[in-house]
Every structure is written in structure tokens, then in C-alpha cells.
Ligand binder design. Structure first.
Ligand SMILES: [Zn+2]
Length: 393
């Protein structure tokens, strides 16, 4: 414990830890436990014992339980006010800025069978470089009124005139193994004819993908910078464009970490070290996002979801706390952006447990699990950033 004088001479550092989709429901293979209960996480357990565990509604009622909505909440932006769609956030991560007369669409490379079944919403996870060749060909052959921009693997962007925004599109991952339903609404026919035309371009490249799927449209979000909103300088590390885009839109430093893959094999230590380096370098706050727990949820992979939480503990939190202690007083917020239960294999909008820890001031203490937070009052997710930054003293 530092004396008051020592505390005043240090600047408080803030860390936000986001294990994507980590909260869950009871899992039969774990004898009814959740991954948070089953994983061996001594560092997290000790943090919870000295912190405050609560429950946050990161997905506002009626909004889709996506990572874009949940992470916007975590960064302290009310999604009901700032969320315009998924695609413009990813477009920002690609360095694209929409003008007021433009709308961005997510453009998936997908595989649809001859008889119209969505066989693979990820088009066989093509290599990004090969996918970029397909996107360049689409832009050359179908571009003009619209333009195509290459992203990561199967996830790309199409920019269209604003009047094309008026359409109802189904996310392709909600159609897995089902008959496809094309775009509806006033702009539906224009989108459908582009999707149809893509069937003469995409198959030429020898990938599993055979056409495009357009969805997730939105206009440029008007978000105040993180500094304007919260009064501190922030950075983040994530391998996912949907999260990195929020950083780009709000003027956060978005770090690049070699080996950060958004998959089970991601570079946990590299993310931890990038956050500590950013904080030592002058950032007040750093967010660390890891996608692996969400992917394990979607795959129904119990062992990998537990392992991801154990990796967080051993490969991020242990060294992170040591590193933070060297920098001075700190406060930490940990929570997922939504739950991705192993039994549903898709996102749900249930409230999620959160943890706030102050290096100097002990909280009531708790257990960081779904059950440990179950009786807590539910707070809106976008209020937590304010709670983190308003230092209790
Ligand atoms: Zn997520």
C-alpha cells in the first residue's frame, strides 16, 4: 500500500481485459459447471477476492448480441446512440472513412450449394491474400457505383450509395445449412443482382467460396474520441477488425502484435507486453481483447474454451499484474462483450459478470463466475468505463 503522497506522485493506469464471449451456461461435459467455474485461474481468483464482482448488460435490450455492440458498451459508448451497423466499424479498421452519401456493407465470401443451401458462411476460411485477389476482381468487374475493399479471410467490405442502405439482410452465419433468404426491402433487388453477378467471378479462383453475401450495413458512426469522452489517452490490442475499428473510430492507439491471430493459437504474451509497453509509453488506459473464447463457444469446443481462460490467467494476467505494480497504482476492468455459450454455439444477450479491481483500495471481494455475479444489480455496460475511471479513494 502506498502512502497518500506516493499515490499522488503516480498517475493511475487503467487496463480493460476482454475475453470475448467467455461467459456461458452450465455445460454437461463439465458436470454442469461453466468454463469460468471449471478453468484453473488462481490469478483471476485472487483479483476477484480483492475486487468487486457485478453484472453488466453489455447488449442493450432489443439490440443484436454482436461483438460490435458489446465492445462499444465496454468502451463506454451507449450502442443505442452510437451504433449504426457492423460494417462501418470494420471499414474503419481497414482505414476507410464513409462520406455522408455512402453506406458500407459487410461482404462475406460464402459457399451456397446448387440448391440454395448456405453450406459455409466463411467460404472455407480462405487465405487473406488469395481472398484479396477475388475482391480485386469483383471491384474491377462489378465496381463503379459500388466499390469492394479487401479485409481478412472471408470478411470484406462493399461501399455503396447511401440509398442502397434501405434493405433487410440476414447474417449468413444465421443461415448455416438452411435455404438462403436473399436481401429484402427497397434496395434488395440491387443487392441481389450484385450477389448473383458475383457467381460468375468468385468461382474462377478455385476457393471453396462461390459467391458474395452482403449484410450488416451502416453509415459512418459519429463517435467522440476516447479522450473527449473519457478524458484519458487509450490504446488497444485485438486481432479482430470489429474491435480494432472501434479503436480507429475513437482515436485510440491500435497496436499490431505479431502472431495475434484471433484463434486459439494467438500470441497471449505479445498482447500483454504490448499493453504494458503502451502504458509505460504514456497511455493512461489499455484494452486487451482475445477472441479465442468466442471461437471455442461457436465451435462447441469445451476444452479450448477452458484452456483460453487458463491462458488468460497464466499468460496474460500473472505478468500483467506484476508489470502494472511496477508502473504505480492501477485499476482493472475485466468482462466479455457478450456470452457465447458452448451449448447454444451462438451469442446470447444475457448480462455478463464483470470485475473491477483497484491496486490500492480493496473492494468487497467476490468470485468471478456467472453464479458469483448472479445476485448483483445489473448495470448498463456503457456505465462501467466511468466506474473504472472514477477512482475510489
Ligand atoms: Zn464477441
Amino acid at each position: 500500500m502506498l502512502s497518500n503522497r506516493a499515490r499522488e506522485s503516480f498517475i493511475v493506469k487503467y487496463v480493460v481485459c476482454i475475453p470475448d464471449g467467455c461467459s456461458d451456461l452450465p455445460v454437461p461435459e463439465l458436470d454442469g459447471a461453466t468454463p469460468l467455474e471449471a478453468a484453473r485461474t488462481p490469478v483471476l481468483d485472487a483479483l476477484a477476492a480483492r475486487g468487486q464482482v457485478g453484472l453488466a448488460q453489455v447488449i442493450p435490450p432489443g439490440m443484436p448480441p454482436g461483438s460490435d455492440v458489446g465492445n462499444m458498451s465496454i468502451f463506454g459508448y451507449d450502442p443505442t446512440r452510437y451504433h449504426t451497423g457492423r460494417s462501418p466499424i470494420e471499414a474503419a479498421a481497414l482505414g476507410l472513412t464513409l462520406t455522408p452519401d455512402q453506406v458500407a456493407y459487410r461482404c462475406n465470401l460464402v459457399t451456397v450449394t446448387e440448391d440454395g443451401i448456405m453450406a459455409d458462411f466463411s467460404g472455407g476460411h480462405p487465405d487473406s491474400a488469395r481472398a484479396a485477389e477475388v475482391i480485386a476482381a469483383l471491384d474491377a468487374e462489378l465496381g463503379g457505383e459500388v466499390s469492394f475493399h479487401a479485409g481478412v479471410q472471408y470478411r470484406h467490405t462493399m461501399i455503396a450509395p447511401a440509398e442502397w442502405a434501405d434493405a433487410i439482410c440476414t447474417p449468413p452465419h444465421e443461415l448455416s445449412d438452411l435455404p438462403v433468404v436473399g436481401p429484402q426491402g427497397p434496395a434488395g433487388p440491387k443487392l441481389a443482382s450484385l450477389e448473383e453477378a458475383s457467381r460468375s467471378v468468385v468461382p474462377r479462383f478455385g476457393l471453396k467460396a462461390n459467391r458474395i453475401w452482403l449484410w450488416g450495413q451502416g453509415f459512418q458512426p459519429e463517435m467522440p474520441s476516447f479522450r473527449e469522452m473519457h478524458g484519458v489517452e487509450a490504446g488497444m490490442v485485438s486481432a479482430v477488425d470489429l474491435v480494432r475499428g472501434i479503436g480507429a473510430l475513437t482515436g485510440m492507439t491500435v497496436a499490431n502484435v505479431p502472431g495475434a491471430t484471433a484463434w486459439y493459437d494467438t500470441n497471449y504474451e505479445g498482447k500483454r507486453d504490448a499493453a504494458l509497453a503502451g502504458l509505460a509509453d504514456g497511455a493512461d488506459l489499455y484494452a486487451i481483447h482475445v477472441e479465442a473464447s468466442d471461437e471455442a463457444g461457436h465451435e462447441g469446443n469445451v476444452a479450448e474454451k477452458v484452456r483460453c481462460l487458463e491462458n488468460w490467467d497464466r499468460r496474460i494476467l500473472a505478468g500483467l499484474i506484476d508489470g502494472l505494480d511496477q508502473l504505480g497504482p492501477w485499476r482493472l476492468l475485466l468482462l466479455p462483450d457478450h456470452a457465447t455459450p458452448l451449448t447454444t454455439r451462438s451469442h446470447i444477450d444475457d448480462p455478463v459478470p464483470y470485475l473491477i479491481v483497484d491496486s490500492e483500495v480493496d473492494g468487497p471481494g467476490g468470485v468471478y463466475t456467472e453464479q458469483g455475479a448472479a445476485s448483483a444489480e445489473v448495470v448498463p455496460g456503457h456505465h462501467l468505463m466511468g466506474r473504472l475511471l472514477a477512482r475510489a479513494s
